[in-house]
Design a protein around this ligand. Structure first.
Ligand SMILES: Nc1ncnc2c1ncn2[C@@H]1O[C@H](COP(=O)(O)OP(=O)(O)OP(=O)(O)O)[C@@H](O)[C@H]1O
Ligand SMILES: [Mg+2]
Length: 363
């Protein structure tokens, strides 16, 4: 599937700037962004529920801008899966095939494909139940089966798991990926949950305010975010960001440390930059190994780790990941070391320029 120069406006309001997007056969692409950024609008344009203001939409090689929604060879799964309450699971799953006029299918074909779809989503023992007799996760699987049975070229999923509780959502992520690996169709999956995006996607498209911010594999987004928006949207707790400028030696400063740029890029020492560092790139250490020093202001205990908010000597603060059972508490003095390349420098527009390593702590 490919979108070329697609844009969307409602009257004068431009909700999506022109963008290109490709999803290869068998690829699982996640559209990630905050509420209102335009995620659902992209899916609706592909499904034909909204018209694209500009650009071309191709599904399985065909230009579909002027094709009716039901002839587009796509199937959409929504957050509100809207099953028919008076029909059994079997009837709900079969519904799209019973409604399709072209081609008119034989009863035995419909039954066979219903069973096949139910097997893929592991619902065969529930076929005679009504939706009210199912759990939320089972109902969501019925909705998925109803999309699978249409055998579309492209699956579009709009926050399909967000009605489920956290535990079930984690289970359903796994079963959705199992289903995907069995049917291997192009899938565009919308979420505002970065964990869902990072765990499920082959590639993630980060969207903010109607513009694509970055397209990349999860690892790439985490280690080399294109700008401050992506840097803070991906990763929890968030990357700490602070303004910085270069000293007389041409090195940027952060929390009392001097930063040496790793890459072969000259960051303009006269520029006002922003420096960012992830909690996972910092660790508590002895005074001798440290590049930063400060005082613990808060400790968040998460069971597997703890996160310390550390106020540095220059007044800025960072989050530092540490052992869950670390004895450090609010008010304690700490020394902190950073991994090589732990620091990211962003220019005035917020775009990432390069990574940097701390040289030493100035005493
Ligand atoms: N019919 C419409 N007329 C005018 N503006 C609209 C219309 N439909 C959507 N919008 C605007 O388009 C923008 C994108 O909406 P969209 O539903 O795509 O967001 P989203 O990323 O799916 O958000 P959410 O995560 O809350 O579902 C929003 O600012 C919304 O207010
Ligand atoms: Mg939406």
């Amino acid at each position: 599937m490919s979108l070329i120069g697609v844009a969307k406006s409602y009257g004068d309001v431009e909700v999506l700037r022109p963008f290109d997007l490709q999803v290869a056969e068998g690829e699982f692409v996640v559209l990630l962004g905050p509420s209102g950024c335009g995620k659902s609008t992209i899916l609706k344009m592909i499904a034909g529920l909204e018209e694209a203001t500009h650009g071309e939409i191709h599904v399985a090689g065909d230009l579909v801008n002027y094709v009716r929604p039901r002839d587009r060879n796509v199937a959409m799964v929504f957050q509100n899966y809207a099953l028919y309450p008076h029909m059994t699971v079997r009837e709900n799953i079969a519904f799209p095939l019973r409604m399709s006029r072209r081609p008119r299918l034989r009863r035995s074909t419909i039954d066979g494909r219903t069973l096949e779809a139910a097997e893929i989503v592991d619902l065969t023992q529930y076929l005679d139940r009504k939706p009210a007799q199912l759990s939320g996760g089972q109902r969501q699987r019925v909705a998925l089966a109803r999309a699978i049975i249409r055998q579309p070229a492209v699956f579009l999923m709009d926050e399909p798991l967000s009605n489920l509780d956290a535990l079930l959502r984690a289970d359903m992520r796994t079963s959705l990926l199992d289903v995907h690996s069995r049917i291997r169709k192009a899938t565009l999956y919308v979420t505002h949950d970065q964990i869902e995006a990072m765990t499920m996607a082959d590639r993630v498209v980060v969207l903010n305010d109607g513009r694509i911010q970055q397209v990349g594999e999860p690892h790439e987004l985490y280690t080399a975010p294109a700008n401050t928006f992506v840097a803070q949207f991906i990763g929890s707790p968030r990357m700490s960001l602070h303004p910085t400028s270069a000293g007389p030696d041409g090195l940027f400063r952060f929390g009392g440390a001097s930063l040496v740029i790793d890459e072969d890029i000259a960051a303009d020492p006269a520029a006002a930059m922003t420096v960012g560092v992830r909690p996972s790139a910092l660790r508590v250490t002895d005074a001798g190994d440290a590049c930063l020093a400060g005082r613990v202001r808060r400790r968040d205990y998460l069971g597997s780790d703890s996160y310390l908010e550390v106020q540095l000597s220059d007044g800025s603060s960072v989050m530092v990941r540490t052992d869950a059972d670390s004895p450090l508490e609010s008010g304690d003095d700490v020394h902190v070391d950073a991994e090589p390349g732990a620091f990211h420098l962003f220019d005035e527009a917020g775009d990432r320029v390069c990574s940097a390593s701390a040289r030493s702590r100035e005493r």
